[in-house]
Design a binder for this molecule. Structure first.
Ligand SMILES: NC(=O)c1ccc[n+]([C@@H]2O[C@H](COP(=O)([O-])OP(=O)(O)OC[C@H]3O[C@@H](n4cnc5c(N)ncnc54)[C@H](O)[C@@H]3O)[C@@H](O)[C@H]2O)c1
Length: 368
């Protein structure tokens, strides 16, 4: 037990989101890797009931039904799933490649509750279309930007909100890992990969703390051993006011072992700093345990200290996006921070950084 008053309050930080009192049932579209590794384990933890699951590859849906007790049924068509979804007042949980979102949303009845996987379409045009469909059909819709709800992010947000590290002026997110891109067949041949499918979580996370940046600078580049993929290494700078900046640095091709791999989110404020090891990407999808460290300038010991974290990005954070949507569906007075409207701003930011990478930069040869 810590002795310093500030630290004691830090020890009590909540690491779990609030669950809906009477959870709604869920129907899932897509039975791929993310549903196996994160959605269903998270819903098992939260005691959510899955009325059924549909995948065009039926065997995948059957396999998940056999693996997870909470799944009641495998549907043989999207139409049947939608019919039952309406009958049971279920939340529609979309976990298919992003280019399919719009056509599936069009088929849902007006007013349905829906959580769709990120990204919100494969480009800004698709994101606009998705937003338009959600508005026209009055869907209560959210995008699965779950990193905001990882246990360590909940602690971080509470520490910032309580003013413990003062005014935040610097955020740095670095991943230097070896990502098994082959797990996602659909990514090969796509014009955008790393930022749209991975760093989008970090852009969304940073937006959730600092809002939309004034200006961005970015460069995203391919890996010589990943020629079939679009760029997988990125540097992004998000500028806010004259004192506030965030940086995202990613390299998914570090094939030299876990020893020198890195995956952290570091936050500096006028009164303290926090560094979180986000272990997931270091041995994806198993991951290493998360580590949360902080230092407060007021602390007489002037030492970095640790808050023990229970759980991580997979699967705990996935409870947050579903629980938050359900609580909002059940009580419209509760906010929906990961709403489709908010997610659209993350998609705008993705577009801005790709544009900066394509068009920005000063040609060194132009300086004589
Ligand atoms: N942290 C995260 O939030 C996270 C992590 C990984 C993937 N994802 C997202 O989840 C989505 C799925 O990714 P994944 O890793 O599970 O990929 P995956 O390739 O393992 O699974 C996709 C599944 O969709 C199914 N499918 C394709 N077209 C379909 C259709 N018309 N109807 C029904 N099912 C269809 C495929 O058969 C497959 O089982 C992607 O949008 C991806 O960006 C999110």
């Amino acid at each position: 037990m810590e002795t310093n008053g500030i630290i004691n309050s830090a020890m009590n930080f909540n690491q779990q989101v609030e669950l809906p009192k009477n959870p709604l049932p869920i129907v899932i579209i897509g039975a791929g890797g993310i549903v196996k590794d994160a959605h269903l384990p998270a819903y098992t933890l939260a005691n959510f009931k899955i009325k059924g699951i549909y995948d065009k590859a039926q065997l995948k849906a059957e396999t998940l039904k056999n693996k997870f007790d909470i799944v009641e049924k495998v549907y043989h068509s999207l139409k049947d799933l939608i019919e039952d979804g309406v009958k049971y007042n279920a939340v529609f949980d979309l976990a298919v490649p992003a280019n399919l979102h719009a056509e599936i949303l069009e088929q849902l009845p007006d007013g349905s509750a829906v959580l769709m996987q990120k990204p919100m379409g494969e480009n800004l045009e698709e994101a606009k279309r998705i937003l338009e469909i959600c508005k026209r059909k009055k869907l209560v819709s959210a995008v699965n930007f779950q990193l905001r709800y990882a246990p360590y992010m909940l602690v971080l947000r509470e520490m910032i909100d309580k003013g413990l590290i003062g005014k935040v002026y610097d955020m740095e997110l670095k991943v230097c890992v070896y990502t098994p891109w082959h797990l996602w067949n659909f990514l090969f041949q796509l014009p955008r990969v790393e930022i749209l499918y991975h760093s989008i979580h970090y852009l969304d996370l940073i937006r959730s703390f600092l809002g939309n940046p004034k200006k961005v600078y970015a460069s995203t580049i391919k890996h010589p051993k990943m020629k079939d993929l679009a760029s997988t290494r990125t540097t992004m700078i998000l500028d806010y006011d004259e004192f506030t900046q965030a940086r995202i640095l990613t390299n998914h091709g570090h094939e030299f072992g876990l020893e020198k791999q890195e995956s952290y989110f570091k936050i500096e404020g006028t009164k303290g700093a926090i560094k979180i090891r986000i272990g997931l990407s270091m041995d994806y999808p198993r991951g290493l345990p998360a580590k949360f460290e902080y230092i407060l300038l007021e602390d007489k010991e002037k030492k970095w200290k640790e808050i023990k974290i229970k759980g991580g990005w997979f699967p705990e954070a996935f409870v947050g996006t579903m629980a938050g949507l359900q609580r909002h569906v059940l009580d419209k007075n509760l906010p929906l921070p990961h709403s489709t409207e908010d997610a659209y701003n993350t998609m705008r930011l993705v577009e801005a950084v790709y544009k900066s990478s394509d068009k920005g930069g000063v040609k060194s040869s132009s300086i004589r």
